[in-house]
Design a protein around this ligand. Structure first.
Ligand code: COS
Length: 385
């Protein structure tokens, strides 16, 4: 068993880390405060090759493995959750479905601009009344001659309302199956299509400088060729996409936990109370020891799940485990980090305040912790409904 990373992985980690420290850290706090999506850093992340990481060069991607992508997200998240969210959502959810399920024509039409960062793409699954119960989608698409007519709405869709968003993949009910279940299909809708509106959502507690949108479809007509893959495969495509996406949320948990640890250990060694650094008190040193141990476990679990994915093995269970565990490790690390910073940890001037808020999304987005436990339970033979 060899736990070492390849030199390519190490070089990638170093370059993304130095980019995040030099380009994201100086602006992250202010962007969070202003709840502002930065097109400038988006462009710089694109120049670094952070979009289309696992996509073949034929479509403008970097042709790296999934572990590379996960390391990149981890390193961005070590500095800022919002920027990591932009990268993770774009690669896993925006680019992923087009790359894995799109026709040659669809891939050629959309992927090059998404991989170069000139454009972004949204993943329209969640609806106001279909969150965890994702297959209960009410958005409908009816075939009328050569066009799909879409009606409905989606909510909490990352990257879907920027000025460079070129479209979204929408899950819609296209009929009923023979077994009585709804027939769900994925359809591509380009920005600017009449009847399609994307509105930015504000007032978020977390990921405040990432773009989140509500989508509305009113008699929205798209060509029938905009169907993604076979009709009726939409829910499977979405679930498969989320398996990969959950690894990137796990990477955000791991990177965020590492960011909390780095700040906490530095602060605890510098901050003096009762005439000595607070790290010299066992109550504090033990918190740091627990954080380090859990981060190590999280990294091993996540990288193993990536290894399974990179070797084309089944990885749904491990993705759910990694997503659940890494997000909960970040929960404990953010909590310890704020506690170690005392009153300062409650102030926006200290990054741990932002990490504490950003963490919460990881236990909710791309499947709540409860949904991850359902997925794991079903994989281990429990008759969990
Ligand atoms: N890959 C491919 N297909 C999958 C799959 C996967 N990982 N998991 C389930 N499916 C398929 C099943 O095979 C089943 O197919 P058929 O209906 O053709 O037999 C179908 O999807 C429904 O599966 P299941 O019956 O298990 O679905 P449930 O309604 O019981 O829901 C949960 C299962 C709750 C796990 C699922 O709805 C889910 O993950 N919800 C959370 C959604 C989510 O993460 N939303 C956040 C989005 S943020 S971008």
């Amino acid at each position: 068993m060899d736990f070492s990373l390849s030199s390519e992985h190490e070089i990638l980690r170093e370059s993304v880390r130095s980019f995040a420290e030099n380009e994201i850290r100086p602006v992250a706090r202010e962007l969070d405060e202003r709840e502002e999506f930065s097109y400038e850093t988006m462009q710089k992340m694109a120049e670094l090759g952070l979009f289309g990481v696992f996509v073949s060069e034929k479509y403008g991607g970097q042709a790296m493995d999934y572990l590379s992508y996960i390391i990149a997200v981890e390193e961005i998240a070590r500095v800022d959750g919002s920027h990591a969210a932009t990268v993770a959502a774009e690669n896993s959810l925006g680019i992923g479905p087009l790359y894995y399920f799109g026709s040659e024509e669809q891939k050629k039409r959309y992927l090059p601009k998404l991989c170069s960062g000139e454009a972004l793409w949204g993943f329209g699954l969640t609806e106001p009344n279909a969150g965890s119960d994702a297959s209960n989608s009410k958005t409908s698409a009816v075939l009328d001659g050569d066009e799909w007519v879409i009606n409905g709405s989606k909510i909490f869709i990352t990257n879907a309302a920027t000025t460079i968003t070129s479209g979204v993949t929408v899950l819609a009910k296209t009929g009923a199956r023979a077994d009585g279940k709804p027939e769900l299909s994925c359809i591509l809708v380009e920005s600017g299509t009449p009847g399609f509106t994307a509105r930015p959502m504000h007032g978020k507690m977390m990921w405040r400088s990432s773009n989140t949108a509500e989508l509305y479809f009113e008699e929205c007509r798209v060509p029938k060729e905009n169907l993604l893959g076979p009709r009726g495969n939409g829910f499977h495509q979405m679930m498969q996409t989320l398996d990969g996406g959950r690894l990137s949320i796990a990477a955000m948990g791991l990177g965020g936990a590492q960011g909390c640890f780095d700040r906490a250990v530095r602060y605890a060694n510098e901050r003096e109370q009762f005439g000595r650094p607070i790290a010299t008190f066992q109550a504090n040193a033990f918190k740091l020891a627990d954080m380090a141990m859990e981060i190590e476990c999280a990294r091993l679990l996540l990288y193993k799940a990536c290894w399974l994915r990179d070797t084309a093995a089944a990885f749904s269970k491990e993705a759910a485990m990694a997503k659940l565990y890494c997000s909960e490790v970040m929960y404990r690390c953010a909590n310890h980090a704020v506690q170690l910073h005392g009153g300062y940890g409650l102030m926006k001037e200290y990054d741990v305040e932002r990490f504490y808020r950003d963490q919460k999304l990881l236990e909710i987005g791309e499947g709540t912790s409860e949904v991850q436990r359902i997925v794991i339970a079903r994989h281990i033979g429990a008759k969990c409904l």
